[in-house]
Design a protein. Structure first.
Length: 237
């Protein structure tokens, strides 16, 4: 068995066990394979092993991979999970199915305006800065309702939920605490009468990476974003 196959089996088993441990079904947790820094051939291999959802962080690299794997396009789901600069938003709008990292109204507006009309609306999550650090991207919890209202009025974006990248820590209780905060924010939005729920589908909590999927799943994650545990350690050139 290849290392990739082993890794995919192992991560699926971790998701399964974590789901069982908190009385959830593993089917409610989507596995996003984060392929940043790895070549298109690795994505092709993972796809041949049944993996369909892939996440990319860097626009240029991601778009190159989407194009290189054009022959598989209809059976792949491409998620953009990295920071988006204004001058790169068009490439994201034209090539991806999902964007997890919306943290400014300006970027949402550009993605909406640049989404080609022959494609379905872009599925989007708003990235929230839970820990409140100035250095990290993500919108503050107090600005969340406003951006969600504005996105819900954009016809080429379909609001699906929230995403976060908490401060890395080995302490499971701290991991759970930040995931719990994101879950509570989603739950408030789901109940909010200030949002037009016909136009949005708040069913997604994109949280949990290689080292904290158990804590994320225990707190309600519906999509875990896993790179290292699937493709191995990244080397940046
Ligand atoms: C790189 C990255 C991941 C995957 O991280 P691993 O620790 O390698 O699993 C997940 N989410 C985002 C936003 C990332 O940039």
């Amino acid at each position: 068995m290849s290392a990739l196959q082993n890794n995919l089996n192992a991560i699926k088993e971790r998701i399964h066990q974590a789901a069982i441990a908190c009385g959830r079904s593993a089917q409610d947790i989507k596995l996003l394979a984060v392929s940043k820094t790895f070549p298109a051939e690795d994505v092709r291999d993972a796809h041949s092993l049944g993996q369909t959802c892939f996440g990319e962080n860097y626009v240029q690299e991601g778009v190159a991979k989407v194009l290189e794997l054009k022959d598989l396009r209809s059976s792949l789901e491409w998620h953009f999970i990295g920071p988006i600069q204004s001058n790169k938003s068009k490439d994201v709008a034209e090539n991806f199915d999902w964007v997890h990292s919306i943290d400014r109204i300006k970027i949402a507006q550009r993605l909406n305006d640049q989404r080609p009309s022959h494609l379905p609306p872009l599925e989007v999550c708003v990235q929230v800065n839970i820990s409140g650090e100035a250095s990290k991207s993500g919108i503050g919890p107090d600005e969340l309702l406003d951006i969600c209202q504005k996105i819900s009025a954009m016809p080429h974006l379909h609001l699906r939920g929230l995403m976060s990248i908490p401060e890395p820590t080995d302490d499971v209780q701290s991991q759970r605490k930040s995931h719990q905060q994101l879950r509570e924010l989603l739950s408030q939005l789901q109940k909010s009468t200030a949002l037009d729920h016909q136009k949005i589908q708040l069913d997604t909590l994109s949280m949990g990476m290689s080292s904290d999927i158990e804590a994320a799943i225990a707190e309600g994650s519906t999509m875990v974003r896993v790179g290292t545990a699937i493709f191995g350690k990244r080397t940046y050139l």
